[in-house]
Design a protein around this ligand. Sequence first.
Ligand code: FPP
Length: 234
Amino acid sequence: MIPPLLKGKPLPRHIAIIMDGNGRWAKSRGLPRIFGHRAGTQSVREAVKVCGELGIEALTLYAFSTENWARPKAEVSALMGLLSKMLSTEVSELNKSGVRLMAVGRLHELPAKVRGELEKAIDKLKSNTGLILNLALNYGGRQEIADAVNKIIHLGIKKVDEKILSKYLYTADLPDPDLMIRTSGEMRISNFLLYQLAYAELYVTPTLWPDFRREHLYQAIASFQARERRFGGA
Ligand code: FPP
């Protein structure tokens, strides 16, 4: 199920996406911001489907950052509502596609309803062996590094190297993302997977997240395939 455009060169193992531009999408239509988030859920479904079809190992989606709490209360609660609804309604479809779910972030600070739905969905999908869908929820890269260091201190480990640090990050079980996509044209990492993106190829598209479809994802992957990855070597 690999389209001709992407044949012949290795695919990324792990794609990470900053799903940006929902607010602008809604604003340009004279709609409240939450309509943009709602429209963005269709792009989430499509990205998961396409990554599954391509046999990508992992897809990490930045769904809610530690900074997003600063948004208006009504938007935060609408986003939380959308997340818990998605988690409960999508689980059987995800199961049919063999998707396994995980989440990274300070999950204990999420509303109980979201945590409950998240735990249920993770449990229901835990034996699947297809795409790993990793949701970054109440996630911040600096906070993740601080949390890892605190775990290491707590364990009494006296000397840290990159391997140990990686082992105590939330993403210990995943390969580092090799492709990071950001929609809506912003050229920033915004506290997303700071440690793990060290060698990732970055792809920024002006397309707003609610408009991001299969062909946009193919384009991003094709751009990744066209690059020469040197990892600091010559
Ligand atoms: C950024 O757009 C988007 C978010 C903060 C939320 C993304 C969440 C979803 C698409 C909901 C569904 C998610 C899952 C994974 C179940 P923005 O509001 O910052 O847009 P703007 O920059 O145009 O204002």
